[in-house]
Design a protein. Structure first.
Length: 177
């Protein structure tokens, strides 16, 4: 799959959230942090999203709209993501994943750093096996997209717990790319 590079302009996306709202990327008024997660019940992903939720006010204050994409159905996502304070998008056919070059790899779960994150996620009570059509081998990815659709920064994760922290995101949004 072709990867997206900094400076590349992404075509307009008009997406539906799992609660039926529309999301346009690029957003004409705010930067967009488009993050690709794994499956809906992924303990690592849900632990990470809790850190995003805790600091959502800081993210909004920095002029960033948060959008999380999962390769799950909206039905599967409702149990885990329906109460997020930001947009959550279902992509069970992985069309957006392909469009942005987001891969899967056995290292997603074999890398030692994922084990501790998975245990912390399970202990926090957000763990499930992948549903039909989902995979535990998906890798995360992050994109910071400007109001004109230009990719300001990106990160393709090498394992399931390899994504931007909120501090990373805020630093990048303040022209740290």
């Amino acid at each position: 799959m072709p990867k997206i590079d900094n400076g590349q302009v992404v075509d307009l996306l008009d997406l539906a959230t799992i609660i039926g709202q529309r999301v346009r990327i690029p957003d004409p008024e705010r930067l967009v942090h488009l993050q690709f997660r794994r499956f809906a019940g992924c303990p690592i992903c849900n632990l990470h999203l809790r850190s995003i939720t805790r600091r959502h006010d800081d993210i909004v204050a920095a002029g960033i709209r948060e959008v999380a994409v999962f390769h799950s159905t909206a039905v599967d996502m409702h149990q885990y993501q329906s109460d997020l304070p930001f947009d959550a998008v279902a992509d069970p056919d992985r069309r957006l994943y392909a469009r942005f070059g987001v891969d899967a790899s056995p290292w997603a779960v074999l890398h030692p750093r994922t084990w501790l994150a998975a245990l912390r996620g399970v202990a926090a009570g957000s763990a499930a096996r992948p549903a039909h059509g989902e995979t535990a081998l998906g890798l995360p990815a992050d994109f910071l997209i400007d109001t004109d659709g230009r990719v300001l920064a990106h990160k393709y994760g090498h394992h399931a717990d390899d994504q931007w922290s909120v501090d990373d995101l805020l630093r990048l949004a303040h022209h740290g790319w």
